[in-house]
Ligand binder design. Structure first.
Ligand SMILES: [Mg+2]
Length: 229
């Protein structure tokens, strides 16, 4: 079986700060032991560095698809690039926000995030500056979150990542596939896996129509995973 698993909110509970989402030792052991029998593929929005910080050493038997589905890693080695992207020049944006106290510009792989949780100034003005910037360097999409705006310069999603991975391992449709995720970005993959005849699971309070089943917690996910040992 090929098990595609999201990380944050699926294999670890959601915590306040992304750096604190460290996997429990025993739970990591469950994944490693499962990976002796099945293909375990962790799909995360994180880049590999940030993933490595919370997951620790990535064993040989586990695949990781990082950066919103753009790269496939095995044994910490990049084995395939799914999609390329070019990042904008942020000099203009940096200059504009230089004196705005509490605004943080984060440059990630394929994505730029403007955090303003600690900013007490004019949010409207800040958003206008960001808009001007994205007019200069049009991204694939802009997503506004809680006190953060992100511009994505990468043209990939978890659905495309699943497809690329299956091509990468020359999947012929015999090995059953399964997807577990907890967020909007997982729905792309859930749709894809369903289309390919796989089973799909969502972690949360309410089952989206796209998914087959619902898990109410990360604990439930592991209880289910243990049944494949
Ligand atoms: Mg998630």
């Amino acid at each position: 079986m090929i098990l595609f698993l999201d990380y944050d909110g699926t294999l670890v509970p959601i915590v306040n700060s992304p750096q604190e989402a460290i996997i429990d030792k025993n739970k990591k052991k469950i994944l490693i032991s499962l990976s002796q029998k099945h293909k375990i593929v962790i799909i995360t929005g994180r880049d590999i560095k940030s993933f490595r910080k919370v997951f620790g050493k990535i064993p040989n038997s586990i695949f990781v698809i990082s950066s919103h589905g753009s790269k496939i890693f095995r044994n910490e080695t990049l084995v395939k690039i799914i999609s390329y992207y070019s990042m904008p020049d942020v000099t203009y944006l940096k200059k504009k926000i230089k004196n705005m106290k509490g605004v943080i510009l984060e440059e990630k792989e394929g994505c730029i995030a403007l955090h303003y949780r600690n900013y007490t100034g004019d949010e409207y003005l800040l958003k206008r500056i960001f808009e001007e910037f994205t007019k200069l360097y049009p991204p694939q999409k802009v997503i506004e979150g809680k006190k953060v705006i992100e511009a994505f310069y990468i043209d990939s999603d978890k659905g495309k990542a699943v497809e690329s991975f299956l091509r990468f391992v020359a999947w012929e449709g015999k090995d059953p596939i399964l997807y577990i995720g907890d967020d909007k970005t997982d729905l792309y993959a859930i749709k894809k896996v369903k289309q390919l005849g796989g089973r799909t699971f969502f972690v949360g309070d309410k089952k989206p129509p796209e998914a087959d089943c619902l898990f109410r917690s990360v604990e439930e996910v592991y209880r289910f995973l243990l049944s494949f040992k």
